[in-house]
Design a protein around this ligand. Structure first.
Ligand SMILES: Nc1nc2c(ncn2[C@@H]2O[C@H](COP(=O)(O)OP(=O)(O)OP(=O)(O)O)[C@@H](O)[C@H]2O)c(=O)[nH]1
Length: 657
C-alpha cells in the first residue's frame, strides 16, 4: 500500500525512526511490517513505554503515562486504535513533539496574551467520556468503544495543541487509568478534586465537574484546596472571593496540619498518662483533685485567655467560615452532607456515602486520606474495591472513600519552567534548568534567598544593565559557590546541581510562592506574596541574616563590618553539612519542627480556630511567637498547662468525639 503523505500531518519523520531503531528497523516500520508490540521489544535506548499489548502484565497497563515521546505517542495511539502505524498515518493523526515549544520564560505581555488564549480555549480541555453502554453491550464491544472514545479525545487534544500553538500539561494518556476514574465517578456521591493551594487552577479540571453532573445530576463536586497552610489569610480570602464568584464549591484543607493535630492528640494522651503515673508516685493524686480549676485559670490567665479568645462559642463570620482550614472532623461532616437520599428498603441500613478522591500526583491525596484515617484513632481497613485498581476505604459506618489513582488532567500551561516549579514535571529529569531557576529567582525576593541559604547573590548593578532581580545564573552561582559545588574539569560553579536543590525546595514549599487568582487588572505578584517573606515570621537568627542581606543589597554595599555580624558562610559547605544548614532553617526534611518556624503555621492560629492546636503544639507555637523556649515553658508551667489541658481535652471530646 502506498502511504499518502498528508501535508497537515506532522507525523513521524524517517530520521526519527532511523535514530531510534536503526536504519533497517525504521525501514521495516515504514513498510508497516512491525506491529506496536514488536517495536517495543526492539527499543534500543533502554526506554520503556506503554502499549496495551496483550502480553503485558496488568501493572504495566496501570502505569500512569503522562510524558510520551513523539514515537511513544504515535505507537500507543496506533495501538489504541487497534491498528498499526500505517492505518494511523492514513487517519491523519498529528504527532506532537515534546520539545517543540519554547521551554524558557515569557515576558509579562506574553503571559497576558497567553492567558487570554487559555481562557478562549478552556472549554476544549475535556476529560474523556465513558461510552454509553447497557446490559446488552458485550465486554468486547465495550472495550472497543472505550478505546475509540479515548482515541477521539486524544486526537482532539493533539489538534488543540497543534492548531492553537498551546503548551499543555503532560496529561494522562493511559486508558486503564481513565477507566478507574470512570468507575470512581459512577459510584461516588461526591467527587472531591484535591488541588495544591499554591496554584489551584493549574490542578483543577473544570470539565471533570461537568462530567460528574452528566453522569448523574444528583452527584456533587468539591474542590478541596489542600496545603492551605502555605497561604496567608489574605491569600485565602482572595482565592475564596474568586471561587465564590466563579460558583466553585470549595473548602480549604491542610493534610499537614491535620496530621500534626492527630499527632499532638496522641502526644497529649501519652503526656497525660505519664503525668498521672508521676503524680501517683509522688502521692500527688489527692492534691491534684483539690486544684480548683478557677484558681488555675486566674493563676495562668494568659493561657486561658488565649484559649478563650478562640472559643468555639463565638460564631464565625461568613468570611471566616470561607477562609478557614477545615479539620478532619469537619471534612468528614462535609462528606456526610452529601449522603444520598436513597431508600434501601424497609429495615435496611442506609447506603454509605461514597466519596471519590481525585487529583494530580503530589497534591497531597495520600496525606489527606492518611489524615482522615489518622483522626479515627482506630485502624481503618483498606479493602480492595470491586475493581482491581482503585481502593475503597471504609472511613466510618457512614462514609466510604474511593481513592482514584493519581491523574493528570489536560490543562494549559504557560511554560515548561512553570510545570517544573509546580511539581508536574520531575526536577530530577531536567535538562534545561535555567527556565525554572529563573522563575524562582523572579518570584522569591533575593534577600530572602540570601537569608535562607546564607549566601550572597551578586546581582548585576543597574548601571551595567541589571534589573535589580537576579538571573537564574546569579542565584545558582551564589548557591553553588556557597555550597562548594563545582563542575569537574573546569571547576566552575555547578549550576545544574545547585538548580536541583533549589528547585526541590521550591516544589516542597520551603521557598514559597502562591499564585494569585486571575483578575483584571492582574494582581501584583510581589504584593500578593509579600507577607510570606516578612522577616517577623522568621526565627531570630535568620532575621539578622535577612536584615543584613537586604541592607547590603539596597545600598549595594558589601561592607565587611556589616557582613561580619552574621555568620554567612565564609567557607563552602558541602555534603551532609549542606542539608544540616538548610534544616536549621527549615527543620529536618521540612518536618513539623521546621514548619513551626514558618509563617504559615503562625497564621493558621490567627484564623479563629486555634482551639484545634491543643496540647504541645499550641504551646510550642505560642512560645515561639513569644520568643520563649517551648521546653522552658513546659517545665515551669506544667501543672497549669495540665489543668488547662484537662479543660481542653474535655472540650476536645465534645468537639471531636
Ligand atoms: N505543607 C504541606 N505539605 C503537604 C500537605 N499535604 C501534603 N503535603 C506534602 O506534599 C507532598 C505530596 O504529598 P502526598 O500525600 O504524597 O501526595 P499525593 O497526591 O498522594 O502524591 P502521589 O502519591 O504522588 O499521588 C508530600 O511531601 C507531603 O508532605 C499540606 O497540607 N501542607
Amino acid at each position: 500500500m502506498v502511504l499518502a503523505k498528508s501535508k497537515n500531518s506532522v507525523g513521524l519523520g524517517n530520521s526519527l525512526m532511523n535514530d531510534r531503531f536503526g536504519k533497517n528497523k525504521g525501514a521495516d516500520m515504514r513498510r508497516g511490517t512491525h506491529n506496536a508490540e514488536a517495536i517495543q521489544r526492539t527499543d534500543m535506548d533502554g526506554q520503556t513505554y506503554l502499549t496495551n499489548g496483550k502480553k503485558e502484565a496488568s501493572w504495566v497497563k496501570m502505569r500512569s503515562v503522562t510524558e510520551q515521546g513523539a514515537l511513544d505517542e504515535f505507537l500507543s495511539t496506533a495501538d489504541l486504535a487497534g491498528t498499526d502505524f500505517t492505518a494511523e498515518k492514513m487517519n491523519n493523526v498529528k504527532i506532537i513533539h515534546r520539545d517543540q515549544k519554547n521551554p524558557y520564560l515569557l515576558s509579562s505581555a506574553e503571559e497576558r496574551t497567553l492567558s487570554k488564549k487559555h481562557k478562549e480555549n478552556k472549554s476544549r480541555l475535556t476529560v474523556p467520556r465513558r461510552p454509553k453502554w447497557d446490559e446488552k453491550t458485550t465486554p468486547q464491544e465495550l472495550d472497543r468503544l472505550e478505546k475509540a472514545s479515548i482515541l477521539d479525545w486524544r486526537r482532539g487534544l493533539a489538534e488543540l495543541q497543534e492548531t492553537s500553538d498551546l503548551l499543555m500539561t503532560p496529561f494522562e494518556r493511559n486508558l486503564e487509568v481513565w477507566r478507574q476514574l470512570w468507575r470512581v465517578i459512577e459510584r461516588s456521591d461526591l467527587v472531591v478534586q484535591i488541588v495544591d493551594a499554591r496554584n489551584p487552577l493549574l490542578f483543577r479540571s473544570e470539565d471533570l465537574e461537568k462530567y460528574v453532573k452528566e453522569v448523574d445530576p444528583r452527584k456533587n463536586n468539591l474542590l478541596l484546596v489542600n496545603k492551605a497552610d502555605m497561604m496567608t489569610i489574605e491569600q485565602r480570602k482572595a482565592w475564596a472571593d474568586y471561587f465564590v464568584e466563579a460558583g466553585i464549591n470549595f473548602r480549604y484543607f491542610s493534610a499537614e496540619l491535620a496530621k500534626e493535630i492527630n499527632e499532638s492528640r496522641v502526644l497529649d494522651e501519652d503526656d497525660e498518662d505519664e503525668d498521672e503515673e508521676e503524680e501517683e508516685q509522688d502521692n500527688l493524686a489527692k492534691e491534684a483533685k483539690k486544684i480548683d480549676l478557677q484558681d488555675a485559670q486566674e493563676e495562668d490567665g494568659k493561657w486561658v485567655d488565649e484559649e478563650s479568645v478562640s472559643s468555639d462559642d463565638e460564631p464565625l463570620s461568613e468570611e471566616e467560615e470561607r477562609t478557614r482550614i477545615l479539620t478532619t472532623e469537619e471534612l468528614e461532616e462535609l462528606f456526610l452532607e452529601h449522603a444520598p437520599e436513597i431508600d434501601t428498603g424497609p429495615g435496611q441500613p442506609p447506603r454509605k456515602t461514597q466519596i471519590g478522591l481525585v487529583g494530580y500526583p503530589n497534591v497531597g491525596k495520600s496525606s489527606t486520606i492518611n489524615a482522615l484515617i489518622g483522626a479515627k484513632k482506630v485502624s481503618v481497613s483498606a479493602t480492595p474495591g470491586k475493581t482491581k485498581h482503585f481502593q475503597t476505604i471504609h472511613l466510618s459506618d457512614a462514609v466510604i472513600l474511593c481513592d482514584c489513582p493519581g491523574l493528570v488532567f489536560p490543562n494549559f500551561s504557560t511554560t515548561k519552567a512553570e510545570l517544573v516549579c509546580s511539581g508536574v514535571l520531575p526536577v530530577d529529569q531536567l535538562r534545561e534548568f535555567t527556565g525554572p531557576a529563573g522563575l524562582v529567582a523572579q518570584r522569591i525576593p533575593h534577600s530572602f534567598l540570601e537569608a535562607v541559604y546564607g549566601m550572597k547573590i551578586n546581582i548585576r548593578p543597574a548601571e551595567e544593565g541589571g534589573s535589580g532581580v537576579p538571573t537564574a545564573q546569579e542565584v545558582l552561582g551564589a548557591y553553588a559557590t556557597a555550597r562548594g559545588f563545582h563542575t569537574t574539569g573546569a571547576s566552575n560553579p555547578d549550576e545544574s546541581r545547585a538548580a536541583r536543590y533549589i528547585l526541590k525546595d521550591y516544589v516542597k514549599g520551603k521557598l514559597l510562592f502562591c499564585h494569585p487568582p486571575p483578575r483584571e487588572p492582574p494582581i501584583d505578584l510581589k504584593h500578593f506574596n509579600r507577607e510570606l517573606y516578612d522577616q517577623s515570621h522568621l526565627p531570630e537568627k535568620r532575621r539578622t541574616h535577612l536584615a543584613v542581606a537586604s541592607a547590603a543589597s539596597v545600598t549595594g554595599s558589601e561592607d565587611p563590618s556589616l557582613m561580619d555580624d552574621v555568620d554567612l558562610p565564609v567557607r563552602p559547605i558541602e555534603g551532609k553539612k549542606t542539608s544540616y544548614m538548610d534544616n536549621k532553617f527549615f527543620g529536618p526534611n521540612g518536618s513539623n519542627a521546621g514548619h513551626l518556624q514558618m509563617p504559615f503555621q503562625h497564621v493558621y492560629s490567627e484564623q479563629g480556630q486555634a482551639k484545634q492546636l491543643t496540647g504541645r503544639k499550641q504551646k510550642a507555637m505560642l512560645a515561639l511567637e513569644k520568643g520563649v523556649d517551648p521546653a522552658e515553658l513546659r517545665l515551669s508551667g506544667k501543672k497549669h498547662f495540665k489543668a488547662n489541658k484537662r479543660r481542653g481535652k474535655g472540650k476536645a471530646r465534645d468537639d471531636y468525639d
